[in-house]
Design a protein around this ligand. Structure first.
Ligand code: G3H
Length: 529
């Protein structure tokens, strides 16, 4: 057990953080209503006890409507300051924001560790990766703008084609990447000229609060509105108005579907969704076993398997199953459990207090249906953790085969014919990524051709992952809608819109005058440096 003394001084909780403000219409409004306690499952005392970190406002429909009104009036049916602003001016606001954000690194990272139990290196990485994502987005937007700063002509019609905003975006992020994934939605949505309402995830909410002032002072009023509370209390009423143009959500398909259904005109609603997955690892007989173990360990256990891209089911060929199970089980048991700031901690407390019980249920169900735990430590319980159990042989009747465990438990199946995992993948509700381990090019080639049509990223001898963020991140079936990446997100949060005119003297002269006058922010051939 950890005592306060073992927590490095810089990461100790010295004062509770009671968030008393929320951001609506450019003002940090004071909240005097009901609040909800924010706790960490990490103990600060010798005897286990969760740690209270502070509290957040429990908002409801009234505040949700205020935020919606602010976003609507900032958009002002496309006539608002923000959606009509010059690209270079919007970029300047974003540059201001990211500079202010960088100064909050330590504060945000400390809360990341406490709130969601992410280890120190990964917490810093999440922050730094997000900052880099913002800078990359700015560069990409400049590039997009430069390539639009021209006219084209087809069949006697000139066109000046750009990308314009969509309107009001409701943005909801997940608890496993409360900063990175949320900002991977929010930042491109904002920069493209949309106005936004953002509600942080249930866990990983206090870490957003140090950034409220940066949002407030960097963007015109109403462009970014940040509210707190339960999804069903604040997000559902916003959707019911039918005034939201984009639902941007990273989470699970149940919440996405429930929210989508609240919108009275589904045809008007654009969806940008990153949802659940059950990414498989497929291990062929000629796979390099040491490399495979290393990558499968990373894929199954990074952040305790709480990643949408985690490897959530492992298929291993009969010929190498014994070797794999033995080496993999040993490798899992050799991992180090500790608090996020402990040197070398790879496994860390689970932020959801009921998660160990849920994982236990999956294990019990599998054992009852014929699986065994192959590693010695598998299923060991502590107050805020359950050691990853390697379950074999897993069959389709087991809950761990069908449910997205999103936590530390690893189902393993063996196969003799490659059609077995392929058929399972084709039947699965998910289609995000796969990890394929092997070397023989004549075996790999047809497999790659099939797998590329079942998922959206085939990782060769590598674990599944989202990054680098310049690569497309998407999925088939219940795993995603629309594509995210530095490049794609700008497109997902905008629409092509253009000015067209027939080639004749009057039009040509008018356009030349329009360009000379530099009075339109849309119609412009200025080149942003
Ligand atoms: O939860 C899903 C994340 O997008 C995974 O991102 O692969 O970089 O950990 P990552």
């Amino acid at each position: 057990m950890t005592t306060t003394n073992q927590i490095p001084e810089e990461f100790q909780i010295t004062a509770l953080k009671h968030q008393k403000h929320y951001l609506v219409n450019g003002k940090l409004e004071e909240w005097n209503g009901e609040t909800s306690e924010v706790i960490s499952t990490i103990s600060s005392t010798e005897e286990y006890k969760h740690t209270v970190l502070g509290s957040i406002p429990t908002m409801g429909e009234k505040e949700a409507m205020k935020a919606l009104d602010a976003a609507l009036s900032a958009y002002d049916q496309g006539q608002g300051l923000w959606p009509t602003m010059k690209v270079k001016d919007r970029i300047e606001c974003m540059e201001n924001f990211v500079k202010k954000m960088e100064s909050k690194r330590e504060e945000v990272v400390k809360l990341l560790m406490w709130e969601i139990g992410k280890n120190k290196p990964d917490s810093y990485k999440e922050f730094d990766r997000t900052v880099e994502y913002i800078y990359d987005t700015i560069e990409e937007y400049k590039e997009l703008d430069r390539s639009s700063a021209k006219f084209q002509k087809h069949a006697g019609v000139y066109a000046h084609i750009r990308r314009g905003p969509l309107g009001v975006v409701l943005c909801l992020g997940p608890y496993n990447y409360p900063l990175n994934e949320t900002f991977a939605l929010l930042i491109p949505a904002i920069i493209m000229g949309n106005t936004t309402i953002f509600k942080p995830a249930k866990h990983g909410v206090l870490l957003i609060t140090p950034l409220l002032e940066a949002f407030q002072s960097s963007f015109p009023k109403g462009v970014v509105n940040i509210i707190f509370g339960r999804g069903r209390a604040v997000a559902a009423p916003i959707m019911q108005t039918g005034k939201v143009d984009v639902l941007a959500l990273i989470g699970n398909s149940k919440s996405a579907n429930a929210l989508q259904e609240q919108h009275p005109k589904s045809n008007r609603l654009r969806l940008v969704l990153g949802l659940e997955a059950k990414n498989p690892a497929i291990i062929l007989p000629d796979a390099d076993m040491d490399l495979t173990i290393k990558e499968v360990i990373a894929g199954t256990t990074s952040f305790n398997g709480q990643r949408c891209t985690a490897l959530k089911v492992v298929y291993v060929h009969d010929d190498v199953k014994d070797e794999f199970l033995e080496k993999y089980s040993k490798a899992i048991d050799a991992l180090k459990f500790g608090n996020p700031w402990d040197e070398g901690a790879q496994l860390t407390p689970l932020p959801e207090p009921d998660k160990p019980d849920y994982i236990q249920e999956l294990i019990d169900d599998a054992l009852q249906k014929g699986a065994q735990i192959k590693n010695e430590k598998g299923g060991w319980r502590s107050d805020n953790y359950i050691w990853p159990a390697v379950l074999y042989p897993v069959s389709k009747e087991m809950r761990v085969y069908t449910e997205e465990q999103f936590g530390p438990v690893v189902p393993v199946l063996s196969f003799s014919d490659i059609s077995e995992p392929l058929d399972d993948m084709a039947e699965s509700n998910y289609g995000q990524q796969v990890s394929l381990f092997g070397k023989d090019v004549y075996t790999l080639s047809p497999l790659i051709d099939t797998l590329a049509n079942l998922v959206c990223r085939v990782n060769l001898n590598s674990s599944c992952q989202r990054g680098p963020d310049v690569y497309p991140f998407t999925g088939r079936k219940d795993s995603a809608q629309a594509t995210l990446s530095v490049h794609d997100a700008l497109r997902s949060f905008s629409i092509r819109t253009f000015v067209a005119f027939k080639d004749n003297d009057i039009n040509n002269e008018t356009i030349e005058n329009l360009l000379d006058a530099k009075a339109s922010n849309f119609l412009s051939t200025d080149y942003i440096l």
